[in-house]
Design a protein around this ligand. Structure first.
Ligand code: SAM
Ligand code: DTB
Ligand code: SF4
Length: 340
């Protein structure tokens, strides 16, 4: 965490608006306060969009969207109690527990994803944490995915430092492990692992030299203050995650959150914009929840700085818009897939 001396130094060095009134590139800050993030959420919507677009354009080509494909390599039967999750063995959601997929089957899916235009392939496993034997199998999958020229990401639950190093050695580019929500709302959603344990896994991933993919879910019945707390926590990590998935809760029958009130779409867009403004260089991923989202809301998310989507008819276990719909949407918006 930066000390106050550091902060004074950075403020002194901060670029000012030039004579033509052009905004200078945003500084990368790790000391976002909740008050500052709250002030972003409270901005008039057009002003928030303008701020997010400005930061987005300073750091990315705003017409390019990364196409990622998600595959559940180990589905269901998870011992954890995450209240949003269809894969927890504690809830009756109709998701059947399956064994870890074999390497060849995973690589066939990765090849198909690449042929369909994806440049990133994410593998998810419904584990609290991987067993060492299973990790060997996942490392072999990562090697195969890398050999296809795809960016690789895995989300396997909690990791030890040694497991993170093994994944790094296999060539893994990103590890996804979400904080999910603000620390104060977390206890209402998950009881089987602590926030601190999540932060420890993120530390191991970071120390191993793997890019961090870390975000959360909105629409779980949290307050705006909780959404602010989640973004402020992510943006004040010692290093920003290189990738920040913002998920809209997919309400799955049988989970404790099945009947939670639907979040107002513009509030979701505000969360995306706050992520973009506070973490300027991160890939901000418009992740779960698009199946139930209007195309206009998705367009606003891109305007708010989201620059990646999951592509393909399924997320891990729940539906996602099909490739035809997504291709048509991107075309209509004049957006194109980001080059690998
Ligand atoms: N088991 C591993 C873990 O929890 O770390 C990896 C897979 S888990 C499904 C990955 C993430 O998916 C969760 O942290 C959560 O943010 C997201 N997720 C799961 N179910 C969701 C739902 N119904 N709606 C939105 N996001 C969801
Ligand atoms: C993330 O933040 N969102 C993705 C990915 N990381 C693994 C998962 C979304 C899962 C949605 C529920 C399901 O399909 O099971
Ligand atoms: Fe298990 Fe991950 Fe689902 Fe939690 S989110 S129940 S850890 S699969």
């Amino acid at each position: 965490m930066a000390g106050s001396g550091d902060r004074a130094q950075r403020l002194a060095a901060a670029p000012r608006r030039d004579d033509a009134g052009a905004a200078p590139p945003a500084l990368i800050r790790h000391d976002w306060t909740r008050g500052e993030v709250r002030a972003l959420f409270d901005l008039p919507f057009p002003e928030l969009m303008y701020r997010a677009q400005t930061v987005h354009r300073q750091n990315f080509d705003a017409a390019a969207v990364q196409i990622a494909t998600l595959l559940s390599i180990k589905t269901g039967g998870c011992p954890e109690d995450c209240a949003y999750c269809p894969q927890s063995a504690r809830y009756h959601t109709g998701v059947r527990a399956e064994k870890l997929m074999g390497r060849d089957a995973v690589l066939a899916e990765a090849r198909a994803a690449k042929a369909a235009g994806a440049s990133r392939f994410c593998m998810g496993a419904a584990w609290r944490e991987p067993k060492d034997r299973d990790l060997d199998a996942v490392c072999a999958m990562v090697e195969g995915v890398k050999a296809l020229g795809l960016e690789s990401c895995a989300t396997l639950g909690m990791l030890t430092a040694a497991q993170a190093r093994r994944l790094k050695d296999s060539g893994l580019d990103y590890y996804n492990h979400n904080l999910d929500t603000a620390p104060e709302f977390y206890g209402a959603i998950i009881s089987t692992r602590t926030y601190q344990e999540r932060l420890a896994t993120l530390d191991h991933v970071r120390a191993a030299g793997i890019h961090v993919c870390c975000g959360g879910i909105v629409g779980m019945g949290e307050t705006r203050e909780d959404r602010i707390g989640m973004i402020a926590t992510l943006a004040s990590l010692p290093a920003h995650p290189e990738s920040v998935p913002i998920n809209m809760l997919v309400r799955v029958a049988g989970t404790p959150l099945a009947d939670v009130q639907k979040l107002e779409p513009l509030e979701f867009v505000r969360a995306v914009a706050a992520a973009r403004i506070t973490m300027p260089r991160a890939m901000v991923r418009l992740s779960a929840g698009r199946e139930d989202m209007s195309e206009e809301t998705q367009a606003l998310c891109f305007l708010a700085g989201a620059n990646s989507i999951f592509y393909g008819p399924k997320l891990l276990t729940t539906p996602n818009p099909g490739p035809d719909r997504d291709r048509a949407l991107l075309e209509r918006l004049g957006l194109r897939p980001m080059e690998p």
